[in-house]
Write a protein that binds this ligand. Structure first.
Ligand code: TXA
Ligand code: MG
Length: 312
């Protein structure tokens, strides 16, 4: 049994003690809950991959508390530094060349010479990073391939007994994972649509992001087609539920079910998405999902839904 505890000075030092000893601690972030361990400890990182059942070729995101920690781990171009200053702390992950002073273990990077870095905006995550004082790698705190967790209870459902402590910071504000952008090549490449709207990034960059499919030689491991999968079969862009299907609505609807956002608000829909999928999954073998506009955050929501619907 893993304990779920509120975030306080006492539980933060307990969490830091577990991390120093090579343990695993689940922490809230503004996107989804992360399963954290000390990034420089290869044994802890192996334990983390095993707890999630995650394939080792899929590298992890290192979380930092401030720019000093970030610059020790990665090489920032002037443009990358400008973007970090504008969007961190926040739901943006930057893929950058590893710095010679980098401490994150090879296994966590899956042997790549690049590193994914993020400064989370959740006060609980920042407090843990400051208390511990070193970078923490943290993938989403779910079983590999399952729906990402947006509450401490979701983490327990997936990883009870496999993690030393779960810090409870309430439901995640954003509800979908960070946007991942590579700053390794000539032009920035969008590797994963996420909680930071691409339009905001493109405005700050003064240029459009290159699509992953169009970028040559960019390594984007871990973007598996089937991911975020509930047990239920998921049918997308539905106009109405069929008999026996659970209904995941968006906007006004005459049918009973769960609604991602009655007001048709994409931000609210993103926040509710994973919890709604988990709830419907416990009640139905089949889930019909209403059409979600593919603009703004809708891009990231539809990406998660397409993966949830995909069957190998
Ligand atoms: O919002 C988030 O990003 C959450 C919270 C916990 O921070 N974390 C998260 O981690 O979503 P995870 O492990 O579920 O997704 C990490 C993604 C994977 O698709 C992985 O392949 C990619 O980041 N990644 C990590 N390092 C990379 C690298 N060097 N180059 C390209 N992609 C990388
Ligand atoms: Mg994940």
């Amino acid at each position: 049994m893993t304990a779920i505890v509120p975030i306080q000075p006492g539980t933060l030092s307990l969490a830091a003690m577990h991390l120093r000893g090579g343990g695993l601690v689940a922490m809230p972030t503004e996107t989804v809950y992360g399963l954290a361990c000390y990034a420089a400890n290869p044994d802890a990182v192996v334990r983390l991959y095993e707890a999630k059942g995650r394939p080792r070729f899929n590298p992890l995101i290192a979380h930092v508390a401030n720019m000093e920690m970030a610059e020790q781990e990665a090489v920032f171009s002037p443009l990358a530094r400008e973007i970090a200053a504008k969007f961190w702390p926040g739901p943006l992950t930057m893929v950058l060349p590893v710095a010679p002073t980098g401490t994150v273990s090879d296994i966590a990077r899956a042997g790549l010479d690049t590193i994914a870095l993020r400064m989370p905006a959740h006060p609980g995550a920042l407090a843990l990073l400051r208390t511990f004082g070193k970078p923490l790698v943290a993938p989403s705190a779910n079983r590999s391939g399952h729906v990402s967790p947006t509450t401490a209870q979701h983490v327990k459902e997936d990883l009870d007994g496999k993690v030393d402590l779960i810090l409870d910071g309430g439901p995640c504000e954003r509800g979908i994972e960070s946007t991942i952008v590579s700053f390794v090549g000539e032009r920035p490449v969008l590797l994963r649509a996420g909680a930071l709207e691409t339009s905001a990034l493109e405005e700050a960059l003064g240029q459009p992001l290159v699509a992953r499919e169009e970028a040559d030689g960019i390594s984007a491991p871990g973007q598996l087609k089937s991911h975020y999968a509930p047990n239920a079969r998921v049918r997308l862009n539905a106009d109405a539920p069929e008999p026996g299907e659970g209904w995941l609505a968006f906007g006004e609807t005459p049918y009973p079910g769960l609604n991602l956002s009655e007001a048709g608000d994409l931000r609210e829909a993103a926040k509710n998405l994973f919890a709604a999928l988990r709830t419907l999954d416990t009640q139905f073998d089949r889930i019909a999902v209403a059409r979600i506009p593919n603009e703004g955050l809708g891009e990231a929501i539809n990406d998660r839904l397409a993966r949830a619907a995909h069957r190998d």
